[in-house]
Design a protein around this ligand. Structure first.
Ligand SMILES: Cc1cc2nc3c(=O)[nH]c(=O)nc-3n(C[C@H](O)[C@H](O)[C@H](O)COP(=O)(O)OP(=O)(O)OC[C@H]3O[C@@H](n4cnc5c(N)ncnc54)[C@H](O)[C@@H]3O)c2cc1C
Length: 409
């Protein structure tokens, strides 16, 4: 971004949600964009993701709202169930209001495809490579890739997700992790006639939770999460993880045995995540900026995709505003000023955080059930959802970043 006449070259790393969205907006604003993904091809994995609040406005601006609404998982709401499967607290999906089930629930792979499909042909896409070294000076960033290629860009924008390698290379000193003391495992299991269109959530004692959710491809998405201070589980081989999960869920009740059988039947779709949030004290440094989970991996709040969409839109919009003047620092400063409060409040969890959702004793389970019942009671449900869920807190006023020609249309 040194001269007005030459289109600035931007390297965007990570092609899930934030990266492709950013690449598309930047290309539209006249930047020359290269989009790099570490995997050999687009990644299809993942379960239901939510788009909440301001994320929907960004979908609208992307022209994606209709396509997204046509591909929802069909989740009818959230039910907290007893060991028998009988629901004792129900939060139906409501149009115009996000509850535990957001208005927009979509499979991550479907959403990623929709966003990636929007990346214009003029964006160079590369798969199967990643940055191994990066150094910057006031005019640009030199990167070396795993393939051995050495390239120079005007800007490096990192959208590599929560465990971003490039962030670790360049922002290690600014990064901290908030561990929530809970491990969560996901998998796809066979759908049976007993499965409904609800997200069914079961709390067992011993810090164990199980849940199942519908999808729109004929299977059921399940998760088992449990309190644990031992981080060795995440890096163990899948067979060992599944065996340990069996031991942990012994006697837990509900359909946990079926979920475990289902995980074992499809080990390729089984994966593990630590409930952890990434906090980076500054999202940019010189000519490098972070966006999406790489900047603020928001852990278990259900806001990751919303923040990625909003973040990509604002970052691209602010860079576009500075496209002629080339004041990258001003663009990065406004990007962070506009979003920091929103991101911070989205990273907040209800008092007690993830552990309060995983009580250790039977009494704790009963108390939590009482809270669920009160929160689901019609007259207080809306207020409870607003207090306990984070989607609308700290939402910024989204500037109108449309190019002058687009505004006239
Ligand atoms: C495979 C997968 C499954 C997921 N499943 C769920 C889920 O079930 N529920 C949920 O709430 N969220 C899930 N997420 C996270 C969710 O997509 C994000 O929270 C949110 O959409 C923000 O997206 P993001 O683009 O910032 O980061 P991510 O979606 O994490 O994407 C980061 C992308 O960068 C790529 N990448 C990583 N390192 C490099 C590198 N060094 N160079 C280049 N590319 C790199 C990754 O392969 C990935 O494509 C999943 C993410 C992935 C990648």
């Amino acid at each position: 971004m040194t001269t007005a006449s030459v289109a600035p070259r931007v390297f965007v790393t990570g092609a899930s949600i934030a990266g492709p969205a950013l690449a598309r907006w930047l290309h539209e604003a006249g930047f020359r964009v290269t989009l790099l993904e570490r995997s050999a091809q687009p990644r299809q994995a993942g379960q239901n993701i939510d788009v909440r609040g301001l994320g929907r406005e960004v979908l609208r601006r992307m022209g994606l709202e209709e396509a997204v609404m046509a591909n929802l998982t069909g989740e009818a709401g959230t039910r907290f169930v007893r060991g028998s499967g009988a629901p004792y607290a129900v939060f139906p999906r409501q149009v115009g209001e996000d509850g535990p089930t957001a208005e927009i629930e979509i499979l991550r792979g479907v959403m990623a495809d929709l966003v990636l499909d929007q990346v214009p042909d003029g964006v160079e896409r590369r798969f199967g490579d990643f940055v191994v070294a990066a150094t910057q000076d006031p005019d640009g960033v030199d990167v070396r890739l795993d393939s051995g290629a050495e390239e120079r860009y005007d800007l490096l924008l990192v959208a590599e997700g929560r465990s971003s390698r490039t962030r670790r290379l360049l922002f290690e000193g600014e990064t901290s992790h908030r561990d929530r003391g809970v491990t969560i495992t996901y998998g796809t299991i066979e759908r049976t006639d007993a499965d409904t269109d609800f997200w069914d959530w079961f709390t067992a004692s011993g810090g164990r939770v199980a849940s199942t959710r519908p999808d729109n491809v004929g299977t059921t998405r399940a998760s088992l999460s449990f309190v644990s201070d031992d981080r060795g589980f995440e890096t163990a081989p899948v067979a060992q993880q599944l065996a340990a999960l069996r031991r942990t869920y012994q006697g837990a009740g509900w359909i946990t045995e079926r979920i475990l059988d289902g995980f074992e039947a499809r080990p390729d779709e089984f994966y593990v995540q630590r409930m952890e949030q990434v906090v980076v004290s500054s999202w940019s440094e010189g000519r490098v900026a972070l966006v999406g989970d790489a900047a603020w991996g928001s852990g278990p709040t259900g806001m990751g995709t919303t923040l990625a969409l909003v973040g990509a839109h604002v970052l691209a919009g602010e860079l576009a505003r500075e496209r002629e003047r080339g004041d990258v620092a001003a663009a990065f400063t406004r990007y962070e000023r506009l979003l920091r409060r929103y991101v911070d409040s989205s990273q907040g969890l209800p008092p007690g955080g993830a552990r309060i959702l995983h009580p250790s004793t039977r009494l704790g389970v009963r108390l939590l059930q009482a809270v669920h019942r009160v929160a689901a009671w019609g007259p207080v449900r809306t207020r409870a959802q607003k207090t306990l869920l984070t989607s609308a807190k700290g939402e910024p006023e989204l500037p109108d970043y449309r190019l002058p020609s687009a505004v006239e249309d």
